[in-house]
Ligand binder design. Structure first.
Ligand SMILES: [Zn+2]
Length: 257
């Protein structure tokens, strides 16, 4: 088996928006790609939008669950719907279901929907790393990708990036191969000057870019009878516009070391 890599993802959609190009390229290069999702992302304000309590600028018309054929969703139902979007998106990026891992399963706890701590993120990464290395004993060390712990304002994102950085500080050999991604809202952030090894990761061929655009589609899927409510786009449509081909740019990732 080729050398493994773990992508540690805070909420469904962060993988496509922050690291979609990198994930698709690692798959295309034959790497053993594992994706670790930390939370179901149920704290997003998108729940009130889908339930019709709050206007959604992306939808551009009021939601009426009764007319549109669904009961207002609970947070748990939203979590399940977001996981459907997540699984579909990873499939588009080339990662099969048996390579998707969930922090709450690894930690033996209820799904993590409140703020992720550095300790939880670290424990989940270490647990998955142990499983991956047990399955790949001769594969060399494992790569680790996480959100930037410096160029991001979201506490969940920062905690997971910090966990990666702490692992490296405590064991620079095991965790030598790390990268951090910077989400689109921070692409011209002043804090970028503080981080080493910045580079753009652009698609190596058209199919890589298409895979990222297709992953975006998973987050726009609206089919209430199938349990699909486009939570990704109701949540952060402006970010998707930078990745889905509807705007001027092509999909890309900003990463640092
Ligand atoms: Zn997020």
């Amino acid at each position: 088996m080729s050398r493994p890599v773990i992508f540690a993802i805070p909420h469904p959609d962060d993988e496509t928006l922050g690291a979609g190009v990198a994930i698709a390229e690692h798959v295309a290069a034959g790497r053993d790609v594992h994706v670790l999702l930390m939370t179901r992302g149920t704290s997003s304000g998108a729940l009130d939008k889908v339930n019709g309590a709050v206007w959604s600028p992306w939808w551009g018309a009021p939601h009426s669950p009764a007319v549109e054929g669904y009961q207002p969703l609970t947070a748990a139902e939203m979590g399940a719907a977001r996981l459907r979007e997540f699984r579909a998106a990873l499939g588009c990026l080339g990662v099969s279901a048996d390579r998707l891992h969930f922090a709450w399963d690894l930690l033996g706890v209820e799904p993590l929907d409140t703020q992720v701590t550095v300790a939880q993120a670290r424990a989940a990464i270490v647990a998955l790393h142990g499983k991956v290395m047990a399955d790949n004993p001769a594969s060399g060390n494992c790569g680790l990708w996480a959100p930037s712990h410096t160029v991001d304002d979201n506490p969940d994102h920062r905690a997971i990036g910090q966990a990666s950085w702490d692992l490296y500080k405590d064991d620079p050999v095991t965790w030598a191969d790390r990268r951090y991604w910077v989400l689109p809202p921070y692409w011209s952030d002043d804090r970028l000057a503080q981080v080493p090894g910045r580079m753009w990761d652009t698609p190596t061929d058209a199919q890589i870019g298409n895979r990222v655009k297709n992953a975006c589609r998973a987050y726009a899927a609206w089919a209430p009878a199938e349990g699909l409510f486009a939570f990704g786009y109701h949540s952060v449509s402006a970010m998707f516009a930078l990745m889905d081909g509807s705007g001027t740019g092509t999909p890309k990732c900003l990463i640092h070391k």
